[in-house]
Ligand binder design. Structure first.
Ligand SMILES: Nc1ncnc2c1ncn2[C@@H]1O[C@H](COP(=O)(O)OP(=O)(O)OP(=O)(O)O)[C@@H](O)[C@H]1O
Ligand SMILES: [Mg+2]
Length: 309
C-alpha cells in the first residue's frame, strides 16, 4: 500500500535531492582540487622554465661578450708571452757579460765598470730579475688560462660528438682529480646500466672534473662524495641523470642564485676563477640537458645533471 503521508514523501524527496547535491558538490570539489593542483604544477614548471630562459639569455649575451673580450685579449697576451721568453734569454746573455767583466784582472776600465755597476745597483737588479720575470710570466699564463676558458663559455662545443659510456666518463674524470681528493674524500659510486650517450666527451669530462673539484673544495678532511647515475623517463623522454652529492659546507640562498654566473666565486684569488659552473651550464645546455642543484648550509650540496639520450 502506497505511503500517503505527504510530509514523509516530501522529506524523502528532499533527502534524496540533498544526497545528490552533496555528491555533486563532492565531485565538483574534487575536480576543482585536481585543477588547482594541475595549475600549481604548471605554475611551478613555468617558473622553472622562466628561470632557465633567463639564465640561457644571460649566458648567451655574456657568451658573446666573452668571445669578443677573449678574442681581443688573446693576441696581445700571445705576443707578450712570446716576447718575455725571448727577453729572458737576452737577460741571461747580459748577466753572462756582466759576470765576465766583473771577473777581469784589475785595470782602469774595470774600475770604471765597477763604479758604474755599483751606481746602477746591478747586483740588486740581477737578483730581482728572476722573480720579476717569473711573476710576470705566471700572470700572463693565468690570463691565457682565463681567456681560453672564456672561449669555452662562448662556444661550448665545436668538436664532433661520439657515443660514450657515461659511467666510464665519470670513472675517468675521477681518476684525473684522484690525487687532489683521495686524502680528503671518501667516494661512493652507485652506477646504473645506461645506454650510450652521443656527446662531446672532453666537454662532459670538463663538467664532471669541475663538479668534483668544487665538491672537494667544499668539504673538509672528512668529505664524502656520492656519484650516482640513473636512467629516468621525464615527459616520455629518456634522460641520463648524474647525481653528485657532497657533505661539504653547502651554500646560502644568495650564493645559490649566482653560482652559474661567470666569474662568481667564493674562493680566494688564485684558487677559483668562478668560470667552472658557467662553462658547465653552457656545455650541458648545448647537449640539450640541464643542471639542477639543491644545497643546505652546513649539510652539503647535490648537483643533478640531466642529459637526454
Ligand atoms: N659543491 C659545492 N659546495 C659548495 N659550494 C659550491 C659547490 N660547487 C660550487 N660552489 C660555489 O659556487 C661557486 C662557483 O663555482 P665555479 O665552479 O663556477 O667556480 P669556482 O670553483 O669558484 O672557480 P673555477 O671553477 O673557475 O676554478 C664556488 O666558488 C662556490 O662558492
Ligand atoms: Mg669550480
Amino acid at each position: 500500500m502506497p505511503d500517503l503521508n505527504p510530509y514523509k514523501t516530501a522529506y524523502e524527496r528532499e533527502r534524496k535531492a540533498r544526497v545528490l547535491a552533496e555528491k555533486l558538490l563532492d565531485e565538483k570539489t574534487r575536480t576543482l582540487y585536481d585543477k588547482c593542483q594541475e595549475l600549481e604544477e604548471t605554475l611551478n614548471s613555468l617558473e622553472q622554465m622562466q628561470e632557465h630562459l633567463i639564465q640561457s639569455e644571460k649566458m648567451a649575451s655574456i657568451g658573446q661578450l666573452a668571445a669578443g673580450v677573449a678574442h681581443e685579449i688573446n693576441n696581445p697576451v700571445g705576443y707578450a708571452l712570446c716576447n718575455l721568453s725571448i727577453l729572458q734569454e737576452y737577460i741571461q746573455a747580459f748577466i753572462k757579460l756582466d759576470t765576465h767583466m766583473k771577473n777581469q784582472p784589475s785595470s782602469d776600465k774595470k774600475h770604471s765598470y765597477h763604479t758604474l755597476r755599483d751606481s746602477e745597483d746591478i747586483d740588486y737588479i740581477i737578483e730581482d730579475i728572476a722573480p720579476l720575470m717569473e711573476g710576470t710570466l705566471k700572470g700572463l699564463h693565468r690570463i691565457d688560462d682565463i681567456v681560453s676558458n672564456l672561449k669555452k663559455v662562448s662556444h661550448g662545443g665545436e668538436l664532433t660528438k661520439k657515443k660514450c659510456n657515461v659511467n666510464s666518463l665519470i670513472d675517468e674524470s675521477l681518476k684525473v682529480v684522484w690525487n687532489q681528493i683521495k686524502y680528503s674524500m671518501a667516494i661512493k659510486k652507485d652506477f646504473s646500466d645506461l645506454p650510450l650517450l652521443n656527446c662531446h666527451e672532453s666537454k662532459i669530462h670538463q663538467v664532471l672534473i669541475n663538479m668534483f673539484v668544487n665538491a672537494s673544495h667544499a668539504c673538509g678532511t672528512e668529505g664524502a662524495l656520492l656519484v650516482k647515475t640513473t636512467l629516468e623517463c621525464i615527459n616520455e623522454e629518456q634522460f641520463i641523470v648524474i647525481e653528485i652529492t657532497d657533505n661539504g659546507k653547502g651554500m646560502s640562498k644568495v650564493t645559490l642564485m649566482k653560482i652559474f654566473d661567470p666569474f662568481f666565486t667564493t674562493k680566494p684569488v688564485g684558487v677559483g676563477t668562478g668560470l667552472g659552473l658557467s662553462i658547465s651550464f653552457g656545455i650541458i645546455t648545448k647537449h640539450g640537458g640541464n643542471i639542477q642543484v639543491t644545497s643546505k648550509e652546513g649539510k652539503g650540496t647535490s648537483f643533478f645533471i640531466h642529459l637526454p639520450v
